[in-house]
Design a protein around this ligand. Structure first.
Ligand code: HEM
Length: 413
């Protein structure tokens, strides 16, 4: 058996812009030296689909490394540092299990479906405002989409969307671990915290509390039933804003980028609501924003390699669907591909931290894509785009498009 330190591992410059522009090629190159793990200045990277599955399923051997990110950023003891270390995903195992169990039973596909009419109305309103422009930066539109939906689902005042959006942008960049961003991260976090404290207090005091059936009602009711402390409830609502923002934005933006090259599939999305689900599943296989950070909580042996306790490991969920050893024609965008259950894509992770909002995320993306394809006809790339830092909430930076607006739903073919 060898230890990690004894292995001849490729070293990846994950913080470089060139890496963010094409991580798949870099990981494929790294595979030639070691088939499943690589090193970097900020920890090790497990990039093989099967290794990610095998290791991420062993929850008891790993702990989320968000406290490590706070440490690297020198933010211990600050409000953002406290939140990052105490948010649902970072809690010690028993506390995490108790809080997650309280809420998880409510986050069903059924609840997500109940929210669909609210989501549809919100997207229609957004498209009424954006579609007449005939060209815009799709990433900017997509940034407004999860936040507008989240504001609707928790009954927050829409005038505050621009300020909170800029807070969420900043908080997303915290994971690129650039310390110079710390002052803006603190400012962004505190603005979001004030909003969340206010909407919870206002809802508690409101006569229609519990009758709206929205996400905030559900969170408050469930929290009260489970005697969840107010601070934890606030942290959870803040976490929902953060967890659902650049994930959903970046997936929607990337999906449109794929469809710009496949007008036939785009048109089908306009006609076929169910087909949008398939397109999104396939898009989530090819890309998603998340690299999952963990520390080993004990010595871990895998493929005859000893990974010592307290090693920082990143799981590259975001490109795990591009692993050619697990997926045939891994780079081909084919929403009709047959998925083998043994190699199911894992964009929402595995194990006890698997995304709690995945049904909401899927529902809002499906509703959005269907209406976008109806309202923005024949979209074309109208300029250049770049890439956001990797790791972090990775994804496209900007996506200028031009299109013909239509306010009519196309007839089924
Ligand atoms: C396409 C959009 C999304 C993607 C790709 C995504 C992905 C993920 C991933 C990979 C994790 C695991 C992180 C880790 O283990 O370190 C996660 C956790 C989580 N996500 Fe999402 N997410 C999305 C949208 C959302 C939305 C919209 C919400 C809320 C409405 C949400 C709420 C959560 C929560 C609460 C957790 C933590 C669960 C726990 O620790 O028990 N996510 N998500």
């Amino acid at each position: 058996m060898q230890t990690l330190a004894q292995l001849n591992l490729p070293h990846l410059a994950v913080e470089d812009a060139a890496f963010a522009a094409d991580p798949v090629s870099h990981f494929r190159e790294a595979r030639k030296t070691n088939p499943w793990i690589a090193a970097s200045d900020i920890g090790y990277w497990v990039h093989d689909y099967q290794a990610i599955r095998d290791l991420l399923s062993q929850d008891d051997k790993f702990r989320p490394a968000y406290d490590g990110i706070v440490e690297i950023m020198g933010a211990r003891g600050t409000p953002w540092g406290r939140f990052t270390e105490e948010q649902l995903i970072s809690l010690p195992p028993e506390q995490h299990a108790a809080l997650r169990t309280t809420f998880a039973r409510k986050f069903t596909p059924r609840f997500a479906n109940q929210l669909r009419p609210m989501m549809r109305e919100t997207i229609t309103r957004m498209l009424d405002e954006w579609a007449p422009r005939e060209r815009f930066d799709f990433e900017e539109f997509a940034a407004n989409f999860p936040i507008t939906i989240m504001f609707t689902l928790v009954g927050a005042p829409v005038e505050e969307i621009p300020g909170i959006r800029s807070s969420l942008e900043t908080l997303g960049l915290a994971f690129s671990m650039d310390k110079s961003r710390i002052p803006e991260i603190h400012e962004g976090y505190e603005r979001l915290e004030r909003l969340v404290q206010r909407i919870i207090a206002e809802r508690r005091a409101s006569p229609d509390k519990g009758t709206r059936g929205d996400l905030l009602d559900l969170l408050i009711e469930t929290g009260d039933e489970g005697n969840v402390p107010e601070r934890q409830l606030q942290d959870l609502v803040i976490f929902f804003f953060v967890a659902g923002y650049d994930t959903s934005k970046n997936v929607l933006t990337y999906t449109l980028r794929l469809l710009l090259d496949r007008p036939d599939l785009y048109e089908r999305c306009a006609r076929d609501h169910e087909y949008c689900r398939k397109v999104l599943d396939e898009s989530l296989r090819l890309f998603n924003p998340g690299s999952v950070p963990r520390f080993t909580d004990q010595d871990v042996v895998y493929r005859d390699v000893l990974i010592p306790k307290d090693t920082m490991i990143w799981f590259t969920l975001n490109i795990s669907g591009r692993d050619e050893t697990a997926f045939e024609d891994a780079d081909t965008f084919d929403p009709d591909r047959e998925i083998d259950p043994a190699t199911r894509p894992i964009p929402f992770s595995l194990g006890k931290h698997m995304c709690l909002g995945q049904h909401i995320a899927r529902a809002q993306l499906q509703e959005a894509l269907h209406q976008i394809a109806q309202r923005l006809h024949d979209p074309q790339l109208a300029g250049e785009y770049g890439w956001r830092p990797y790791p972090g909430a990775w994804g496209l930076k900007g996506l200028p498009i031009a299109f013909t607006p239509t306010d009519k739903t196309p007839e089924p073919a």
